[in-house]
Design a protein around this ligand. Structure first.
Ligand SMILES: [Zn+2]
Length: 436
């Protein structure tokens, strides 16, 4: 079994008691795909080296070791459409640009877009992501090869439900031998999928033991549409149809009133907050501080790379804190540590992990961690390392990334991948689709 010792790091475990220090100097030991222990006790490190002579030691002086980031809602293959259609209102953007582009993509091109998306996320310290798209079964091989952890949500509208259910079955089958990959079912939204097909998706998810993800309460247009058609809010509609429970990830939840928030908390729904997408599309400012205070599990996400336009979780963390402080006129809400928790320990809930199994550094947890180099002008001096990371950190500060006990990024390099060649193929695919 392979073992690693990340030594003399500034460790941020994200699972300490409320009154425990958020960071300490210590080491993290990894055995196989699990964390063996996390400790400030140097004698433990010496003993580990004695019992594990083949252990790989990573010198982490001047560096942070923390759980990898978890992006709980994205459409990774949409990297192909990055900056293809900007500064346009949502419905025109979908109808005139995004959906016509998507209709012309081949499955191979989707897998290529997914490759670029995963590369961007890994290099930015994302170790798990939740995807929502088409042809997910064709992306299993990409996820497996690049070493990231993923929940692949097979998305549908009314006209494409059969294709999505088949995609979900194939994704589940293709991912059966890889513990890092799971399938999910993903009806697009309450305004694009009928009641009947929302329920059908949920039944399918239950029959196959899959989580369900959906866009919900994203824009005022959606609120109006659902109110006129069903006489209620999107959250109330989904609840009435039985779609909301602890296996549901609801992306956006920008327009949720007190009753909606109570429902989300009571049903144990995981909310995915996509702050930069909400800002860019002018969707609004989600009541995140209220949701957190009321016991809703809120996580962070980038959404697709054409409503953002990147897959950078560091920007999401900073924007989430700043926008919430602005929109509530209260600088005390969403402190840095709470935001970091949303991007790590809370995010693990979306991945379906048991409490303490993912998104934290503790003995027995899955070994998904990142090393961040603090020797940068924007990260010095260090008064509060958590504040430095959330308010000043950049994706490019991530030096090393481990997923499932395997080093997938070392010194900002992904082994065995020719990036120049990847960029060429991505540009060629984007050009072909646009001209088709
Ligand atoms: Zn989305």
């Amino acid at each position: 079994m392979k073992s690693f010792l990340f030594q003399q790091a500034t460790v941020i475990p994200m699972c300490g008691a409320e009154d425990a220090p958020r960071a300490f100097t210590g080491s993290v030991a990894v055995e196989g795909n699990r964390i063996a222990w996390v400790s400030a006790d140097e004698t433990l490190a010496h003993a580990f080296l004695q019992t594990h002579p083949d252990c790989r030691v990573v010198d982490c002086r001047g560096k942070v070791v923390m759980p990898g980031l978890i992006n709980t809602h994205c459409h990774a293959a949409m990297t192909l459409q990055r900056s293809h259609a900007d500064d346009i209102a949502l419905m025109e953007w979908l109808n005139d640009y995004i959906w016509p582009f998507e209709a012309k993509q081949t499955a191979d091109e989707i897998a290529l877009g997914m490759t670029l998306g995963i590369v961007e996320m890994l290099l930015g310290g994302v170790t798990s992501f939740v995807d929502m798209y088409f042809q997910e079964h064709r992306c299993v091989e990409v996820v497996e090869r690049l070493g990231i952890r993923a929940l692949l949500g097979c998305s549908y509208f009314d006209h494409s439900i059969e294709i999505a259910l088949a995609d979900a079955r194939k994704t589940q089958e293709a991912a059966a031998s890889c513990s890092r990959i799971g399938a999910a079912i993903a009806p697009h939204a309450p305004y694009t999928v009928s009641e009947e097909n929302l329920v059908r998706g949920k039944r399918f998810a239950e029959e196959h033991g899959l989580p369900l993800m959906i866009h919900a309460a994203e824009t005022q247009d959606e609120m109006r549409y659902v109110r006129e058609k069903y006489g209620c809010t999107p959250v109330q509609l989904l609840d009435r149809l039985g779609l909301l429970d602890e296996r549901t990830i609801a992306a956006h939840c920008v327009w949720v009133d007190a009753e909606d928030r109570r429902t989300l908390a009571e049903r144990g729904v995981t909310v995915s907050h996509n702050v930069q997408s909400n800002m860019k599309i002018s969707s609004g400012a989600a009541p995140v501080a209220a949701m957190v205070a009321e016991g809703v599990t809120v996580t962070l996400a980038t959404d697709g790379p054409c409503s953002n336009n990147d897959l950078d979780m560091w920007e999401e963390m900073r924007s989430a804190a700043f926008l919430q402080k602005l929109s509530t006129a209260n600088p005390l809400v969403l402190p840095a540590y709470e935001v970091l928790k949303m991007a790590t320990a809370n995010g693990a809930r979306a991945m379906g992990a048991a409490e303490g199994e993912l998104g934290v550094l503790r003995a027995g947890a899955l070994a998904d961690l990142i090393v961040i180099d603090l020797q940068k002008p924007h990260l010095q001096p260090v008064h509060d390392v958590v504040s430095n990371l959330v308010y000043c950190g950049k994706a490019s500060d991530v030096e090393t990334v481990m997923v499932d006990g395997r080093l997938v990024v070392e010194n900002r390099q992904i082994a065995g991948l020719d990036l120049a060649d990847l960029y060429c193929r991505v540009q060629a695919a984007a050009d072909r689709i646009k001209q088709a």
